[in-house]
Design a binder for this molecule. Structure first.
Ligand SMILES: [Zn+2]
Length: 105
C-alpha cells in the first residue's frame, strides 16, 4: 500500500479571548466575510481551549498556501486527520480546521 503524505503548515492554534472576539467581529462590526460563529464567551471556540488548530498546505519546497475549497488537498487532509482520530469541519465549510473529538460518555 502506498504511503500517503500530507504536507501542512500550522496557521493558528490556541487563541486568546481577544483574538476570538476580533475574528467574531469580522463580517459583523468589521468588514469582511464572517469567519467564525463563536463569540468567545457565550459560544467558545475550541481554539480558545487549545484543542483546535488551522492548517494550510505546504509545497515540498516549503511554500505555504491556502488551497481553494474544491482542492483535492482537503480530502487528503481530512483522511490524514481521521487516521489519527481528529475531526475536520469541511462539511461546515471550515476546510482548514482540525480539532479533538467530543468526549464520548
Ligand atoms: Zn479553526
Amino acid at each position: 500500500m502506498a504511503q500517503r503524505a500530507c504536507f501542512v503548515a500550522l496557521i493558528e492554534g490556541r487563541r486568546t479571548l481577544e483574538r476570538q472576539q476580533w475574528l467574531y467581529a469580522q463580517g459583523r462590526t468589521r468588514p469582511g466575510p464572517k469567519v467564525t460563529p463563536c463569540d468567545g464567551i457565550k459560544t467558545r471556540s475550541k481554539h480558545q481551549d487549545g484543542i483546535a488548530a488551522d492548517y494550510w498546505a505546504r509545497t515540498k519546497d516549503g511554500r505555504v498556501y491556502c488551497p481553494g475549497p474544491l482542492s483535492p488537498f482537503w480530502e487528503e487532509f481530512a483522511a490524514c486527520a481521521a487516521k489519527i482520530k481528529l475531526v475536520t469541519l469541511e462539511k461546515k465549510g471550515d476546510f482548514d480546521h482540525i480539532e479533538m473529538p467530543e468526549k464520548s460518555a
